[in-house]
Write a protein that binds this ligand. Structure first.
Ligand SMILES: N[C@@H](CC(=O)c1ccccc1NC=O)C(=O)O
Length: 206
């Protein structure tokens, strides 16, 4: 069965949220030093590359990563092309998303040059969260670093999605993925108490 990798490759210098901990990988021990093995060492933000946000990221009382069910991140999903939109509106969701969609990935194509952090991205409008919830959506994924505008302080989309119990997956790579139905697997690491986690996100055809 074909697996489509929809994760950002991680490498030294991969762009991250401005000012956040840079991603670095190197060898802590080399085979020459140990006589037997190479051993890598990572330094990274929980928001590195393709990642899930736990509610604790933007709400002190919010659930932490290990409080969230893994079922959210594995199962049937729909990919919807929104590449012509500057923001994701309630109407566009109403028109295109069938009732009963539990996981929805939005292909905005707004982050074209992945070697630099984007300057502007489309965001999800507050009213769209209400419509998403009424359709049964529990997980929303985007191919940009945030569901809010990058300079947002109130994080309206994050909060309105959470108010409807909709969880967030960010930084997907959907360039070669066509609209349609797939199986998603994007499991977070078992980071106890965390606000977020990088994931290896993949799609499989049904
Ligand atoms: N809330 C944004 C991310 C965010 O705000 C952020 C991510 C990493 C490091 C710092 C951040 N924000 C403010 O300092 C998001 O999850 O889309």
């Amino acid at each position: 069965m074909k697996i489509y990798d929809i994760s950002m490759p991680l490498y030294n210098g991969v762009p991250g949220w401005p000012g956040d901990t840079p991603y670095t990988f190197g060898l802590a021990w080399t085979k020459e030093e140990t006589g037997s093995v190479n051993v890598g060492k990572l330094s990274l933000s929980t928001h590195t590359g393709t990642h899930v946000d736990a509610p604790f990221h933007f709400r002190d009382e919010g659930k932490k990563l290990n409080d969230l069910p893994l079922e959210l991140y594995a199962g049937k999903c729909q990919v919807m092309d929104v590449s012509h939109m500057t923001s994701i509106t309630a109407n566009s969701i109403k028109e295109k998303v069938p009732k009963g969609t539990k996981r929805l990935l939005l292909k905005t194509m707004a982050w074209r040059d992945r070697s630099v952090f984007p300057e502007t991205i489309p965001h999800i409008e507050r009213e769209a969260a209400t419509v998403l919830a009424s359709l049964g959506v529990e997980l929303i994924g985007v191919d940009v670093p945030s569901v809010d505008p990058l300079d947002s302080k109130d994080l309206l989309a994050h909060h309105s999605l959470l108010a409807h119990n909709i969880h967030i997956l960010e930084g997907l790579v959907l360039d070669s993925i066509e609209e349609g139905n797939y199986e998603l697997i994007a499991l977070p690491l078992a980071l106890q108490g965390s606000d977020a986690s990088p994931v290896r996100a993949v799609l499989r055809t049904l």
